[in-house]
Design a protein around this ligand. Structure first.
Ligand code: THU
Length: 524
């Protein structure tokens, strides 16, 4: 069945380990997953089921049972580690340059342009705390009518004015003008209007704060989906991150719990397209506050919700869980960290497996475009839809997994098999030997007997791997008895995938391995 609905959920800041260039960002050794999962409050069986602890190189790998989905991680190609940069890259926009910051204030020529455009002067022009800046400059602002311009460690231009001196709507106009000017090399992440009220020294900021986000400089996945007539539903701060572009429906949220509830409500609706969710509390409430236990509790709460969501998923649904950067709560830094992001993908009947280390977050957006069959020039490599060869490789990997359980003390030759049912289910088997030798059961028959005894009847493929020692290293063609058994219960059209665990698997039809087989029909 084709995929109609994609749920892309960003666990804000849930990175899975430092990127090779993390040192350049002051983040060497950061690993949000490791710090959070070490907390006693961490309990995430559903994330584990999806493969979270199978992701390679996270320093948190566990064997456990075979996951039900695809798992891997992706590196950030953009020069940044902030929310906007991370989400843009997920949606196919790579930022080659870091967003500009102004530790010494904005260049005078830039402010002159803004002053000329708005017809109003400026004050301050340096990094400042938002509450202190109105205390220190508020009176001068009121006396002169000029606006207070300040910044922070982030890529941000902020304009503050007393609401009686510059009415809030007019301050917005001035900010819009600044937003138009702050482009190209001065394309700050956000322009923020900061109206305040009251009398010196008790000035206070009003609720009139307004953000003027930067539009993505190139078409995003969201633009492509909406142009193709698909729905784009944005839950949480997704719409702000993309300055509303390519977004059909915007659903703001107050918290993670609210975001999860609104996602569940959206899943009850019929739609064709993307539901793009950001859960921000992980980052804002726990990551930045260096609170690993709080973070772990929030992940555990998400995991509980996830269990219900997985149960409710329809055949037409694809779920992708990921992040936008790290924010390791156990390091001294309270800032984001330059990390790999996890990619966990699930749909009913998907062949589970490792999608490896991806070169860019953009693989997520590329995959979603591919799943909807949209022609595009987005960067990245899609990991879905899978080719036949992907499926074969994955089935062979599952056979290698099954082989770990082999009981072969007499021959030392260990074999694993993975049998794919027509319903998409996979049954694993290994060889089980006997001191009396003849009762020995081959891996293929173990898998087949298990599957039949669980009520499965129709099969399309079987992968077999074998060899002595730890890793599979020999091609293991089914023995005569297994060929006979498979012929009867799976039919001559069964695809037999033979892999030595290294190169590309070889593919045969069973009736090629057993021509003129004797089956049920032969009895007449
Ligand atoms: N074996 C299989 O599991 N599958 C085959 O198709 C060929 C042989 C096992 C049986 C025995 O435990 C070991 O390999 C060596 O023959």
């Amino acid at each position: 069945m084709e995929i109609k609905r994609v749920f892309l959920i960003v666990l804000d800041s849930f990175g899975v380990g430092a990127l090779p260039d993390a040192g350049a960002f002051g983040d060497e050794g950061s690993n949000t997953l490791k710090s959070v999962s070490a907390s006693p409050a961490f309990h995430a069986p559903n994330l584990e089921r999806l493969g979270l602890f199978r992701i390679g190189g996270t320093d948190c790998e566990r064997e456990g049972t075979m996951p039900i989905g695809l798992y891997g991680k992706a590196a950030e190609r953009s020069m940044g580690k902030d929310t906007v940069t991370g989400h843009w890259e997920l949606a196919g926009v790579i930022s080659e340059r870091a967003m500009p910051v102004y530790p010494d204030g904005f260049p005078p020529s830039l402010l002159e342009r803004i002053e000329r455009e708005t017809g109003i002067g400026t004050l301050c022009n340096r990094p400042y705390s938002g509450t202190e800046v109105i205390r220190d400059y508020g009176r001068e602002q009121a006396q002169t009518g000029r606006m207070i311009v300040y910044t922070s460690a982030d890529s941000v231009y902020q304009a503050a004015a007393h609401e009686n001196v510059i009415p809030t709507e007019r301050l917005y106009d001035y900010c819009r003008a600044a937003r138009r000017i702050l482009q190209g090399e001065h394309a700050v992440g956000r322009v923020i209007a900061r109206p305040f009220r009251g009398e010196y020294p008790d000035y206070e900021r009003t609720a009139g704060r307004h953000d003027f986000a930067l539009e993505p400089p190139a078409p995003t996945l969201l633009d492509l989906l909406s142009e193709a007539g698909l729905q784009t539903i944005a839950i949480g701060k997704i719409s702000d991150i993309f300055a509303g572009r390519g977004i059909g429906e915007k659903i703001p949220t107050a918290s993670n719990a609210d975001g999860m509830q609104k996602t569940a409500e959206t899943a009850e609706r019929d739609f064709k397209g993307l539901c793009f969710v950001n859960l921000v509390d992980f980052d804002s409430a726990y990551g930045h506050r260096n609170d690993p236990d709080g973070y772990a509790k929030a992940i555990s709460a998400f995991d509980r919700w996830l269990g219900g969501f997985l149960d409710s998923m329809r055949e037409e649904d694809l779920l992708i869980l990921t992040a936008d950067h790290g924010c390791d709560p156990a390091t001294a830094s309270t800032d984001h960290s330059r990390e790999y992001i996890p990619i966990l993908a699930y749909r009913r009947g998907i062949l589970p497996g490792d999608i490896g280390i991806r070169q860019s977050y953009a693989d997520v957006g590329k995959t979603i475009a591919a799943v909807f069959g949209i022609e595009n020039s987005l960067p990245g490599r899609a990991f879905l839809p899978e080719s036949e060869q992907d499926c074969r490789r994955r089935l062979a990997a599952l056979a290698a997994e099954a082989r770990k359980k082999a009981y072969a003390p007499y021959s030392g030759f260990r074999v694993g098999a993975a049998l794919l049912g027509k319903d998409g289910s996979v049954t694993l088997g290994c060889n089980v030997e006997s001191a009396a030798f003849s009762p020995t059961c081959c891996a293929e028959r173990t898998a087949l007997v298990k599957a039949i005894s669980e009520g499965k009847r129709e099969f399309t493929r079987i992968a077999v791997v074998g060899g002595r020692g730890e890793e599979p290293n020999a091609v293991c063609p089914p023995c005569g008895v297994c060929r006979q058994f498979l012929f009867e219960l799976c039919g001559g059209a069964l695809e037999v995938i033979l892999s030595d665990g290294r190169g590309e698997p070889a593919v045969h039809r069973l009736d090629e391995l057993l021509p003129l087989g004797f089956g049920e029909d032969s009895l007449g």
